[in-house]
Write a protein that binds this ligand. Structure first.
Ligand SMILES: [Zn+2]
Length: 82
């Protein structure tokens, strides 16, 4: 099935392997040999990959905020000291 968000062809997946968008499975008639459990595991793997991606961005934002606060602290210290 084509992902409605990014347009990637995902075959029989429930979650897009590119952007992680949840999709409806149209009909179960043209499913592959993959079992439901295997597919769920595969989808969970993709989902975790996307969560990790988001967490990495969140972490970067936190680091940047902390660094800017540190920079402001150092700058105010120097300006007050001078
Ligand atoms: Zn997609």
């Amino acid at each position: 099935m084509k992902c409605p968000r990014c347009g990637l062809e995902n075959g029989d997946r429930t979650v897009c392997s590119k952007c992680g968008h949840f999709m409806y499975r149209p009909v179960d008639q043209n499913r592959k040999k993959m079992t439901k459990a295997e597919r769920a595991r595969e989808d969970a793997k993709i989902m975790w990959k996307n969560i990790a991606k988001v967490l990495r961005i969140v972490w970067m934002v936190i680091v940047m905020v902390v660094l800017s606060f540190l920079m402001i602290a150092v700058l105010t210290f120097f300006f007050n000291g001078a």
